[in-house]
Write a protein of this length. Structure first.
Length: 246
């Protein structure tokens, strides 16, 4: 389970100041435009300033209280993907990175354990499982590159980031990535994502009075890069900001 806080209605500077003053031991996300409140149908005020949501890996809310029974209920049936396979706490520095999807860093930390007599067997089990998962990404990308090149590109990119290009399945992933790099739909989507970077900056540094400017960024992306996944994302965000795309 990972814990994080959302600073509702606060700018990035406000959130940083709060963390510094309270020494809060968890990541904090600034939500100057109060998008969280819109998405959860909750208006934060001094009367209800502390709100908790326990969310499962799919994004579904499973509990509303920050109490031991609620946490235990949420964790019931939860299962590690790689840690259980490892069976050795010495591998935790590597395995926990893999559990959070940081494959490149996780594999880098895992490799030294492959050479140690006391951890080689456990480390090899984890390595083989990760490799099998990455091979599935490459296989799925190969199957959908004709019908959904953007999805295939993302799968190849994720696989190539996990494994070195000099070893499989990293080699195949890198080749697939290169082949799709000139695809028209892929190039349009990557350009749209770059443009959406302005939106991300505005979301973290903007103020409630700048909703209109953020919405305009969204409108511009939809107009310039129609039919891309990021355009749909921008369209949804504009609607949340109360200025839907016509």
């Amino acid at each position: 389970m990972a814990f994080f806080a959302v600073a509702a209605g606060d700018t990035l500077a406000d959130a940083r100041k709060y963390v510094g003053e309270t020494r809060l031991g968890m990541p904090v996300f600034a939500d100057a435009l109060s998008l969280m409140e819109t998405r959860y149908g909750q208006q934060i005020s001094l009367n209800n300033i502390h709100q908790t949501r326990v969310i499962d890996p799919t994004g579904k809310i499973v509990e509303y209280r920050f109490e031991e029974p609620a946490i235990e209920k949420a964790l019931k049936g939860a299962k590690w993907k790689y840690r259980d396979e490892a069976g050795d706490k010495k591998l935790d520095p590597a395995v926990l990175l893999l559990e959070w999807g940081r494959y490149a860093e996780g594999l880098q930390k895992l490799k030294p354990f492959l050479k140690r007599k006391d951890t080689a067997e456990s480390a090899q089990k984890v390595y083989d499982q990760v490799k099998a998962d990455v091979q599935e990404w490459v296989k799925e990308a190969d199957e959908c590159k004709g019908s959904d090149p953007v999805k295939a590109y993302d799968l190849f990119a994720k696989a190539a980031a996990a494994f070195n290009r000099t070893e499989e399945p990293g080699t195949a992933a890198a080749a697939g990535l290169k082949a799709l790099g000139e695809d028209k739909a892929v190039k349009s989507e990557l350009a749209a994502r770059k443009a959406f970077g302005k939106v991300n900056v505005a979301l973290s540094k903007g103020t409630a009075q700048q909703k209109g400017e953020v919405a305009k960024f969204c409108h511009d992306i939809v107009k310039k890069y129609p039919d891309t996944p990021t355009a749909e994302k921008a369209k949804s965000l504009a609607a949340e900001l109360g200025q839907p795309v016509p």
